[in-house]
Design a protein. Structure first.
Length: 415
């Protein structure tokens, strides 16, 4: 088949949306001839990768808006405006390509957010949407613990989501989709309310087979000290404050333990001050922003991934930790709650901040004092990644979904 893939974010060797866009495009090209419409700023990285690992069935179409690049740097609102205009431009390019190629299917991959429209849904071809997320919310009981900036961003996000749900183009995107893929049950419910007829839950997180094998080759740690690690942008909703408070309670009983925090962001100074106030600054290391390769290397020097995020749709880091045989300690919310099972980690129910801090500390004690449990969880994690987060398996799922959508469309058209 001829497939048009909309992947605004698409870059090899990265995490998050960039990883999802690249790997979805790569997997689609395993089975079909694919045109990938992406942001032109990613062209150098894509072309470098293609020069080493060609994708014969993939044609990359780079779309840039150089006059609007300055808008992208104006914060959250600027990014929304830039992306919306980019989507309009993508429709114009996609319409021209469709006239030339007559696509059998259009698949929107990134940005993976249910309340942003895909104007390519306007094309006269079967349309597939997702996986998309964004339906998750931080429980209200946790808002008082946010910084002022965090509270403003949460309000901004809620307002943007409500406005998006009333956008007629978002509603058209939902109604046009023959299949909508949601990253969480929360997002699936919102997609159905928008008019998406068929919705399935599928995590956007995944790893190529060679990375799974590489991470799986690392040994389980037997040496001291017991060490936790958190990896991600230092944002209020990532829950690092909860992680620090839980670690401080745990570390008061086990002083020869460590907590590594990898990443950077607007909450860094606040977290530094909190570590000092809690008296654990000497046991907490802030590594700052490092490359993904370096972050994965440091992950293997730790025993447990601590990921106390309050509304995460697709945390790739959880899949990476599981592939490396590290148990995941997270909240029973959003994407992590679907990725992590009782066999692969510990999920803490989120009622109040104080309850979460106490439960995180208790879970840390359990994992620190039971290396046999850690190894059992690590091995179960590796099996789960191989079964559910291998991109080749996800590609096979997408290929079946493509075939079903096109077959359904042919049946509706009749002979």
């Amino acid at each position: 088949m001829k497939v048009l893939v909309s992947a605004f974010a698409c870059e090899p060797g990265q995490g998050g949306e960039l990883c999802a866009g690249w790997n979805c495009a790569r997997q689609a090209a395993r089975f079909h001839e694919v045109w990938v419409l992406t942001w032109g700023i990613q062209r150098p990285a894509v072309e470098r990768e293609l020069s080493v690992h060609p994708l014969p069935n993939a044609h990359f179409v780079y779309l840039d808006l150089p006059r609007l690049r300055g808008v992208w740097g104006l914060g959250w609102l600027g990014k929304q405006i830039f992306y919306y205009v980019w989507q309009i431009a993508a429709y114009l390019v996609g319409r021209r390509l469709h006239r030339q190629e007559n696509f059998d299917l259009v698949h929107h991959v990134t940005f993976g957010c249910y309340w942003r429209p895909s104007f390519l849904a306007l094309l006269p071809a079967p349309f597939m949407w997702g996986p998309v997320g964004g339906g998750e919310s931080a429980p209200r009981a946790f808002w008082p613990s946010f910084s002022l900036r965090g509270k403003i961003l949460e309000l901004q996000r809620d307002l943007g989501r409500k406005m998006g749900e009333w956008d007629p183009f978002v509603r058209h995107t939902a109604r046009k989709a023959r299949l909508g893929l949601a990253t969480t049950e929360e997002t699936a419910a919102r997609m159905r309310k928008l008019g998406c007829r068929e919705v399935s839950v599928l995590s956007q997180a995944g790893l190529p087979g060679d990375e799974i094998a590489q991470l799986g080759s690392f040994r389980f740690r037997q040496s001291n000290p017991f060490r936790l690690v958190s990896i991600g942008r230092l944002l209020h909703w990532k829950g690092f404050e909860l992680g620090l408070r839980g670690f401080a309670r745990f570390q008061s009983r086990f002083p020869s333990t460590e907590y590594w925090i990898i990443g950077d962001g607007p909450e860094r100074k606040r977290l530094h001050k909190l570590a000092q106030r809690l008296g654990v600054a000497g046991s907490v290391t802030f590594w700052g922003l490092i490359s993904r390769r370096q972050a994965l290397e440091k992950l293997t020097e730790c025993d447990v991934l601590l990921h106390p995020s309050l509304h995460d749709s697709n945390p790739l880091v959880c899949a990476e930790a599981m592939a490396a045989g590290r148990p995941v300690l997270c909240l029973d919310l959003g994407g992590p709650a679907l990725q992590v099972t009782e066999e692969t980690g510990i999920k803490v129910p989120p009622s109040t901040p104080d309850q979460v801090v106490a439960d995180l500390a208790s879970a840390m004690v359990r994992l620190a004092t039971d290396p046999i449990l850690r190894e059992a969880m690590g091995r179960a994690s590796q099996r789960r990644v191989e079964e559910h987060f291998d991109w080749d398996r996800k590609g096979e799922f997408l290929a079946r979904a493509y075939a079903d959508i096109v077959r359904e469309g042919c049946a509706q058209q009749g002979p």
